[in-house]
Structure formats: C-alpha cells, structure tokens
Design a protein around this ligand. Structure first.
Ligand code: ADP
Length: 651
C-alpha cells in the first residue's frame, strides 16, 4: 500500500469504536487519518485539511451526513474529495440523496472490512489518478500558455522581420531605380582569370553607361574593359581595378579626359564589390568643366581689369558695408582691400560731405567728396555708384567706381583763385592808371581852355609830363609783372655775378640824389659770385635801395650786407626809416599794396616789391622783410651761389 502513502482519509462517525476500527485498518494500509465525530466537525476539518477521501456516516449528531454532503457540494468540494457514504442496510433513500449531492460510493453497516479497504483503495487510486491527470492537465495548460507566449513572441519577431524585409526590398527597388536612372555611368566588372593575365568582363551597367560605352549595355555584357571602353579611359583601369579588389580600398581617379577633337571629361571612381567584382562610376563633367573654365577665364579677365585699374572698384551690401575692394585702394587711399572688408564705405567720408554722399548714392549715383587717406589727410574722390539687383526689385548691394580727383580739384580751385586775382588786378590796375590819366586830362584841358601866363603854363606842362612819366613807369611795371607771372617771353640770362660790383654800379645815382643818407656795405665784398640775370637782379637791388631811401625821409644810415647761408648769398638792406607795422608787413608783397596810401609825398606804384619777389623766386631764392614801426626796416633775399649751380635751370 506504499504507493498511496500521502492520501488523507477523514473518518466521520459518531461511534468511537467504529472510528478506532477504521483508523487502525486504514492506518495499516498507509493512509493518513483524520477523525470527526459529528457533521460540523467534519466540515471544519474538511475546510482545514482538505482530505482526499471522506468516510461519511449518514447518521450523525449536529449535522447529518446528507447535510455535510450538501454543504460540501454547495462549496464545490465534492470535485476534489471522494465521499464514501457509510449507511445502514435499510436507508436506500439517503444513499440516493447522497449520490445526488456528490458522494461517489457507499458501504453498508455492518462493515465488511476487506470490502471497505478495497473501496477506499479504489477511491484513493482513482483520486491519485485524478490528481495526476489534473497535474498533467495543469502542466499542459502551463506549457500551452508558455508555448503560446513563445509563439506570440516568435510571431512578432517574424512580423518585424517581414516588415524589415519588405522595407529592404522596397529600398533595394528604389535604389535600383536610382541607379538605373542616374545620369552617372555605373558599370560592374568581374575579374576573370585569363591564359596569361587576369582580365575583367562586364556583368552589369545602368542605361546611362551607354554614354561611355557607345552601345546599350545589354549588347556588351561579357566583353572586356579594353573591348568596351574608349582607349583614353581603359589604359590603366584593369590594373587599378585589380588593385581595388586586392586591397578593398576604393580609388578616386579624378578627372579623366579622352577623345580627339571633342574632348570629354569624366570624374571616375573605382570601388570593390563582392564576388571579385568592381564598380566603376563615371560622371560626364565635360559641359560643366567647359562652363567652369569659361567662367574662370572671364573672372580672371575681370579680376585683371579691376586689379590694374587706377579707379577703385568697391562692392558693398545695401547698407554700405564693404564686401570687395579692388587693389587700387592701396595705391590711392593707403588701405589694403582686406582691411576695408566689412567696414562701412561711409566711415572715412569727410563729415561735412557725408549727408551729400548718402543722398547722391540714393539719387543721382554721382558725387565728388573728400575721403580720408590712411595717413589721415583728405583727398578728393569722384564716385559713380549703382545698385545691384539680382532678379527682383529689391537691391542686393551697391557697386562703386571711385577716382581720385584731388589734382583736378586743386587745379579748379587755383583757376578760380587766379580768375579772382586777375579780376582784382585788372580793377586795381585800371584804377591806378586812371589817377595819372585824370591829372593829365585835367591839366591839358586847362591849357586848352584859355591862355595862361607863361609860368602857370610851364607848371601845368610840368605836371602833365610828370604824370605821363608815372603812367609810363606804371605801364612798364604792369608789363613786367604780366611777363614774370606768365614766365613767358622772359628768359633769364643767367651768368655768375659779383653782387658787390652790381651794387657799386647801381648805388651812385641814387646816393647822389639822397644827400642825407649814408650807405655802408658789409661783407658783400667777400661773397663769391651768384648765378643770376644781371639786369633782373639789378632791378631787385635798385628797387630795395630806392625804397630804403624813399621810406627813410629823414635820412640816416643804410646798411647793405652780404653773407653765405646754405650755398646761397643772403643779401640784406637795412634802413633807419619809418618802418612798418606787422599788419602792413603782411601785405608787403601784394600787387599795388602801399602801406600808407595817403602818403602822396612818396611816389610809387605799389608794384616794385611784387616784381622783386617774382624775380627772386624765378632765381629759386626767397625774399622777406623785418621791420619795426618808426625804427626802420630790413629787406632780405637769397640767391644761389654760382659755384653750387651745376643744376637747375630757372624754369
Ligand atoms: P612803391 O614803393 O612803389 O610804393 P613797393 O612795392 O616798392 O611800391 O613797396 C610797397 C610798399 O611797401 C610801399 O608803398 C611802402 O608802404 C612799403 N615799403 C617798401 N619798402 C619800405 C621800407 N624800406 N620802409 C618802409 N616801408 C616800405
């Protein structure tokens, strides 16, 4: 009985004797035994111990066997435990009732122990079998669940793989479409072993490859590289392809050209493929190359032009920030093109011209203005500007062409100034000429009007003569000035001159006429000769000596000095006369200037010093004066020494 040791049998009987008997017998058979003496206890033990078999007496206190059955049946316990009813001979009805409520067998009292043992054993075996079946069922159930889960997971993986594959197939299809329709030639070659050397056979090519093969690829499958590709392309290819297969490294062959008159350019790459194959891509860039070359040539041409232009070419954005400046900005403005890039084109415009420049760029596109050179000084630029449009109505930038016009501006200014001076000069000259003319006309009218006593007549004639002389001097001076200023018709007859000798010749007539003056000469005797026109230099000295006498009416000492300064003779003449104020001195060398216009006692035209200045400057010298009002004046001029004159002609 050892094969069913763990079966728990609950014995329910109110008769202790029967319970003891059953316990003994069944214990011997190896069952585990629990006992209950009434119905309630039986239910309570059932609940707690869950026996496999219940031996249940029908007649029980508290709750009879039928009620116990009913309760267990209601609780669904009768499925799990086998109920063996113990009944008396006469109680057929109860047995039927018990069967209805889930009991599986019954045995009558008095108990036949061998039958009982047999029945219990039968139930125990059945129960065990039922449990084994249940266990197997549960295991099966569990395995089904587990398997279902596994299958579900496997299915998901499968679905995923299918979707992936579909995607891959789709992408392969698209890829194939791309390859087929690509404008680049794609050729696949397979390495084959030949008799003497390995060679390649064409295994696939896209339709674009016809461009390079000359025939549809389908007609050339199986042919070798040299049989299919143009000579200029195939020469090194087999060796390169073999190397690509050997190393697995793709090779970019760059631009390959072939063809006679009509040269084609291809960008060629070779890459390894499985099965001893190589892929070759060849992109026809002939047209692009031609366009690039043409563009490059025209850019170079333009660049050469802008690089060599004297004008400055600048391109800015719409706000005037410089994007490009031609190299001439260095020559003209002293800035390198790089240093200007990113800066505002207006940054160095003269502040006074800025508003005008901005306005002109927006309107007329032409402006003349001052611009600051890198060294700080301002020069004049003339700029033409234009907005740059790229397709639409919104300007993308501004292009400027600027030219330096400083010299032109200077010339314009000088011309204006010259015109002004000329007008002024003519007005003054006319005025100066009119004064003696008026005297001449007045006195001659008096003479013509009536008879005058001889002495009056003589005086008037004398006045007319004097004014005519003055007019003559004035006209001579004016002619001199216009000749000297024009530097025309006046050639200096340069020769080495000893200035001391020249002074000695000039002085006597003047000194004789000025008995109250005393002339002394210092240093001039020792000076070497100067290179000068003797007539013109004499004119200067005569003028200065005459002025020294004229403007020192009280006489006094006149000192003439000579000394050497920087390869020049510095000549000076000092008088102790009326002198000049600083204001008078400032105008000294202006035409028709006379410090004291009301001083009619001193004759003069106001042109002597202007003429002297022109003459000295034509000799490359300088002239100036120092003076103190009421004390006297000293006039200086310099003339280069003859010894230092291997050089300049005065013109
Ligand atoms: P002019 O003597 O005919 O008036 P200049 O051109 O020689 O004309 O001189 C211009 C003016 O300069 C004179 O009118 C006089 O006012 C002033 N000036 C020239 N020399 C002297 C001098 N030595 N001392 C003071 N004033 C002088």
């Amino acid at each position: 009985m050892n094969e069913i040791p763990s079966t728990l049998v609950l014995i329910v009987d109110d008769d202790p004797g029967i319970r003891a008997l059953l316990r003994r017998v069944l214990s011997q058979d190896g069952y585990l035994i629990a006992e209950a003496e009434d119905g309630e206890q039986a239910l309570e033990l059932c609940e707690r111990l869950q026996p496999a078999i219940i031996l249940l007496d029908i007649m029980l206190p508290r709750l009879d066997g039928i009620e116990v059955c009913r309760t267990l049946h209601a609780q669904g316990r009768t499925e799990d435990c086998a109920i063996l009813m113990i009944t008396s001979m006469s109680d057929e009805q109860s047995v039927d009732r018990a069967f209805e409520l889930g009991a599986v067998d019954y045995i009558r009292k008095p108990l036949n122990l061998p039958v009982l043992r047999q029945r219990v054993r039968h139930l125990a075996v059945g129960k065990q079998a039922q449990e084994a079946v249940k266990k197997a069922h549960d295991e099966l159930e569990e395995r089904v669940v587990q398997r279902t889960t596994e299958l579900k997971a496997a299915n998901e993986v499968l679905q995923h793989e299918i979707a992936e594959r579909q995607r891959a197939e789709e992408s392969v299809r698209l890829y194939a479409d791309v390859v087929r329709n690509m404008p680049i030639s794609i050729l696949v070659w397979q390495l084959a072993e030949g008799d003497d050397a390995p060679f390649f056979r064409l295994v696939a090519a896209n339709p674009s490859a016809e461009k390079i093969l000359g025939l549809p690829a389908a007609e050339l499958i199986g042919k070798t590289i040299s049989e299919t590709l143009p000579a200029g392309l195939h020469s090194d290819l087999p060796a390169i392809a073999a190397e690509v297969i050997r190393t697995g490294q793709a090779r970019d062959l760059g631009a390959v050209q072939y063809g006679g008159e009509d040269v084609h350019t291809f960008l060629v790459s070779v890459f390894a493929l499985p099965d001893r194959c190589v892929g070759i891509t060849a992109e026809d860039v002939t047209t692009r190359r031609r366009m690039e070359n043409a563009l490059y040539r025209s850019e170079q041409q333009l660049r050469r032009i802008t690089d060599n232009m004297l004008d400055i070419i600048c391109q800015t954005d719409v706000d005037g920030n410089i994007q490009f400046a031609s190299p001439s900005c260095w020559d003209v403005l002293g800035y390198t093109p790089d240093s200007l890039r990113g800066q505002s084109i207006y940054a160095r415009v003269h502040p006074d011209d800025l508003a005008m420049v901005i306005d002109a760029i927006q309107t007329t596109g032409r402006v003349e203005y001052r611009y600051q050179h890198a060294d700080g000084h301002y020069l004049w630029l003339e700029t033409l500007s234009n907005f740059l449009f790229e397709g639409d109505a919104v300007p993308q930038g501004i292009i400027f062409a600027s030219r330096e016009i400083t010299k032109r501006k200077q010339a314009e200014w000088e011309l204006k100034e010259l015109n002004r001076l000329k007008t002024e000069f003519l007005t003054t000259a006319a005025h100066e000429l009119r004064t003696p003319l008026t005297s001449i006309r007045g006195f001659s009218e008096l003479l013509l009007a009536r008879e005058w006593p001889p002495d009056r007549r003589q005086r008037y004639l004398h006045m007319i003569h004097e004014q005519a002389n003055h007019l003559g001097v004035l006209i001579d001076d004016l002619l001199d000035i216009s000749r000297l200023e024009a530097k025309r018709a006046l050639t200096l007859a340069l020769e080495p001159i000893n200035v001391f000798d020249l002074v000695e010749r000039i002085l006597p007539p003047i000194v004789e006429a000025a008995p109250t003056h005393e002339v002394e000469i210092e240093g001039l005797q020792d000076c070497p000769p100067v290179l000068a026109d003797p007539m013109r230099l004499g004119q200067v000295i005569q003028n200065l000596v005459a002025n020294a006498v004229k403007y020192s009416p009280n006489g006094g000492k006149i000192t003439i000095r000579g000394r050497i300064v920087d390869s020049c003779l510095e000549f000076s003449i000092q008088d102790r006369g009326i002198g000049m104020t600083a204001e008078q001195r400032a105008h000294l060398f202006e035409k028709f200037y006379r410090a004291d216009g009301s001083n009619n006692a001193v004759q003069g035209t106001g042109l002597g010093l202007s003429i002297s200045k022109l003459i000295v400057e034509l000799h490359h010298g300088q002239i100036w004066a120092e003076s103190e009002y009421g004390i006297g004046s000293t006039f200086f001029f310099t003339i280069p020494l003859a010894a230092s004159q291997d050089q300049p002609s005065p013109h």
